[in-house]
Design a protein around this ligand. Sequence first.
Ligand code: UD1
Ligand code: CA
Length: 471
Amino acid sequence: MDFGDAVGALVLAAGKGTRLKSETPKALVPLLEEPLLFYPQASLQVLGLARRAVVVGHQADRVRQVLACVDPEAVPMEQVELLGTGHAVQSCRSWWKELEHLLILPVDTPLLRPETLRLLLEEHLREDNGCTVLSFTPPDPKGYGRILRGARGVSIVEERDATAEQKAVGECNSGIYVFRVAALDAVLPRLGRENAQGEYYLTDVLSLLAQEGEKVGVRQADDDVEVFGINDPFQLAEATDHLRRRILFRWMGQGLKCVDPSSTWIGPRARFGADVWLEPHVQIWGASEVGAGSRVGSFSVLVDSTLGHGSVLLGPVRLQHSCLGAEVQVGPFAYLRDETVLADRVHVGRFVEIKRSSVGEGSKVPHLTYLGDATVGRGSNIGAGTITCNYDGVRKNPTVVGDGCFIGSDTMLVAPVEVGDGAATAAGSVITRDVPPGALGVGRTRQRNVEGWRDRPRRGEKGGQETCPQD
Ligand code: UD1
Ligand code: CA
């Protein structure tokens, strides 16, 4: 169903998240390396609800900044004083008053699937309700508002305000509702705050609607887990575990070979080509992508990085904001970061760090190397122990190595410096001046041998002298 422009969605994200005991506002608390705010916004986008707003309040500027990345099309609305969920909705009336229906959801139910929201919306429209609330029956209802179905219709009582008899009710409020805007607007100003928390509760709107003769529907969630709310560190851990397995199993269903699901972590934005293998203890976060037929070795971590098809990471390897071509081989013990780009068939080996550099097709960086702010051409070989001395204490300077170069072992490339196509450097050189194409750069002292040194008398011995004579 296309909900068009008449239905909008409002995410309540102004709260502090007091029970999480964190400096980070609840909307920004990370779950599988994404802020909680990411999850409702992603579901609403899948659902095709184009009109989206988020209520921000506690540390509003920080939340607004993250929202601009997570969902640039969503409108941030500020709740200046945090006086409860009803007050949060009222404080952005200017945004929703022109809509016909308003879907409201909290920022802290990341397991919710778009399909569940779709069914809720469809039922609401079909039944022509003033409000439709999504309920669920968790194994332990503690902390949730209870759904009461009385003679005068449906109402919700918060646990802190509930009688023992009301607390015995198992059906709970998910905090997810759809309202007909005209109905909501008529009763919202009448909310009071005579309750245990002294807040304007959105939940009280339901009994007010019933008094107005509006139809209030309750839709039961098919799966309790989906509306699991995160209020404390225990719930954060439980939700993380559920979501981790859901994401993993979805990819395994599409052919991902995950050798040890119990130790594998994949974020919600990661993507995989066909027949990828993940060894135990792999983490893949952010907008990372692993190409078809690639293998990611144990203890590797990918953050916002892509790996082309047919590639192998011999773990552990850390890729951060880097882009690797097809059929590359990297590791073990390599760290590639800050927009590093490896072209196809590049080989990066043991104990190598590459920062903000590009390495051309077929080039090799096999051992013990640091490349920073460097551009390496095609088919070049960077010898063991090569270091780009890219930082002069003030600035980062570039190093350029052309095509088909041979950089001798233990070369120090003191940037800014350029090694032309087909050029070489002698092992152990400190290269401070450009090396022209085809030339050999030698930057080291000439060796001299001290003949008969072993048999000379040593210091302390009769006639002895310096162990290593100066001339
Ligand atoms: C709320 C419901 C409860 C339901 C539960 C489901 C109310 C009064 N209670 O309780 O019936 O069972 O969700 O998880 O609604 N927020 C604001 N501004 C505020 C206060 C809260 O934006 O002034 C936001 C929070 O950031 C959060 C959402 O509203 O995303 C819900 O608030 P929270 O404090 O988590 O409510 P619960 O106690 O969980
Ligand atoms: Ca909550």
